[in-house]
Design a protein around this ligand. Structure first.
Ligand code: NAP
Ligand code: MG
Length: 495
């Protein structure tokens, strides 16, 4: 159980997977290169992890292709794939302590969040697609009496899943669930900061009964292993989650190689709009604080721009500052900690750089703004709220991916909506209001893939997630995600 475990003791004894998982087993990399994996809670190197190169990627793709062509998974009866995927989900839960620990060691998130959140959500996602796959049907089209015309969905073949480090297990599961359930073979490329749980997934899939080669995992650097997957002539699809910048590379890789299909879940700069008629500022403040400080603000849909009506600004900011006290950074391995470190020294410098830019451009930090717990050697930043922000400042335009909220003051509904939509991103947005009419008007006006009204960051496997504009295209979660990993085939049978 979470609270009875000596997590520091476990961490000291942890077995850290560090070799690629290809064709059903851990193998030595062909590259022979490695990179350091650092625990961001104290800055120490945990282990060296294989840095896969083009040759390793070729080997993983060949394995995935062999498995796909053999049909041992791709042509398996859906009910049978369902059984194996359910077992995979059960094994994720059965290994909950180890997976939670590996995740915290990789990314510095609080062990309680990894244990109660990330592991459970990844397992639920796999189970959801397992349960769905033998309950979806094709179509018979109304083509006339001399024809029978069927429209069916077929797997694409070899899918590469290239994922980020903020929720390594969940982001992987959002790709693996629909891609595997529909019969594809997958090569998972975790971010260099977070290879452990991805590798462990490869092992658990085999234990669950998945044929070798159906799930391969290649740890490595984005510009080497990620690029090799993007440019590979025998990869049929890339499911990518990460920054808009790298998402653009994948569009280019596709055009430079085989026009492979690309799904992009990218960054955001999501507005939290609080209208003058908001009738529960306490709920709004709690939702806004959670929406920017949870997971240390390293959330694609973080509500990083607060757009607040002048009439309630001071009252709301005071409440948000009080809420921020609940998110003081602490030891990630302590079960009481609610906010951990940021993922890396590089990310810490980036976030601190944005804080400097905010000050330089004329905003002022109402709370926070500094690195803390320096004596630990870890990468901790306090919850930070900037006021006096204009929407053209760097901290209002660029994704900070840290615990930094930028508060912009507006007057009235129309200005609030104009500022909310003045961004290159469109992943999500929220509005806090006591008016039914304004709730509906705002939900329609905000140009984003997800809009929350009087709540924030609610999610369900039953609901699609993804963005408009430069936040990408295609959707994770829900039955819609299966469209990304399948192609439509029309079959005409003349009578
Ligand atoms: P990132 O730098 O874009 O990296 C994402 C993945 O792409 C990693 O596996 C990375 O590998 C790889 N990569 C990096 N450079 C590459 C290149 N030149 N060619 C091919 N692959 C490359 O993003 P991140 O820093 O890991 O994660 C933060 C970003 O993810 C934020 O922008 C956030 O908004 C976004 N995100 C979006 C969602 C969503 O659902 N919309 C969810 C979570 C996160 P290496 O790390 O090994 O270089
Ligand atoms: Mg990276």
């Amino acid at each position: 159980m979470l609270h009875t475990i000596d997590w520091h003791g476990r961490a000291a004894a942890a077995v850290l997977p560090n070799r690629p998982f290809i064709d059903g087993a851990y193998v030595d990399s062909l590259s022979g290169e490695t990179f350091d994996c650092v625990y961001p809670g104290d800055g120490r190197v945990l282990t060296q992890v294989a840095s896969c190169n083009d040759a390793d990627v070729d080997r993983a793709v060949a394995s995935a292709r062999r498995a796909f062509e053999a049909g041992s998974w791709s042509r398996m009866a859906p009910a049978e794939r369902r059984r194996i995927l359910l077992r995979f989900s059960e094994l994720i839960l059965a290994n909950r302590e180890e997976l939670a620990l590996l995740e915290t060691l990789n990314v510095g998130k609080p062990i309680a969040n990894a244990y109660n959140g990330d592991v459970v959500s990844a397992a639920s996602c796999i189970a959801w697609y397992a349960e769905a796959i033998d309950k979806v049907y094709g179509e018979v089209a109304a083509t006339g009496p001399d024809m029978t015309t069927m429209v069916v969905r077929e797997p694409l073949g070899v899918v590469a899943a290239v994922v980020p480090w903020n929720y390594p297990m969940s982001m992987a599961a959002w790709k693996l669930g629909p891609a595997l359930a529909t019969g594809n073979s997958v090569i998972l490329k975790p971010a260099e900061q977070s290879p452990f749980t991805a590798l462990k997934f490869g092992e658990l899939a085999i234990e669950a009964g998945m044929p070798p080669g159906v799930l391969n995992v290649v740890p490595g650097l984005g510009h080497i292993a990620g690029r090799a997957l993007g440019l590979h002539m025998d990869v049929d699809c890339v499911g990518f989650t990460g920054s808009t910048e790298v998402g653009k590379y994948f569009m280019q890789y596709s055009g430079q190689s085989n026009i492979k299909r690309i799904g992009l879940e990218l960054g955001g700069k999501s507005p939290q709009v609080v209208l003058a008629d908001c009738d529960d500022l306490d709920a709004a403040a709690a939702g806004i604080a959670a929406g920017i400080f949870a997971n240390t603000g390293q959330v694609c849909n973080a509500g990083s721009r607060l757009i607040v009506d002048a009439s309630i600004r001071d009252a709301l900011l005071e409440k948000i500052a009080a809420q921020a006290a609940n998110y003081q950074p602490g030891d990630p391995l302590d079960t009481a900690t609610r906010m951990g470190s940021v993922v890396s020294e590089e990310q810490m410098s980036r976030v601190l750089g944005y804080i400097d830019a905010g000050r330089a451009e004329g905003a002022s930090a109402l709370i926070g703004g500094a690195r803390v717990r320096t004596e630990t050697g870890g990468f901790f930043i306090e919850p930070t709220v900037f006021e006096g922000v204009r929407n053209d400042m760097t901290i209002a335009r660029e994704e900070i991916f840290g615990p930094v909220l930028s508060a912009i003051t507006v007057n009235g509904f129309d200005e609030a909506m104009a500022v909310a939509n003045d961004t290159i991103y469109g992943l999500s947005g929220a509005v806090w209001t006591g008016s039914v009419k304004n709730a509906h008007r705002a939900a329609k006006a905000i140009r984003a893939g997800v809009v929350w009204v009087n709540c924030f960051d609610r999610g369900s496997m039953a609901v699609p997630f993804g963005g408009f504009k430069q936040s990408g295209f295609g959707r994770d979660k829900s039955l819609h995600a299966m469209d990304k990993y399948t192609d439509l085939k029309a079959m005409w049978f003349a009578h």
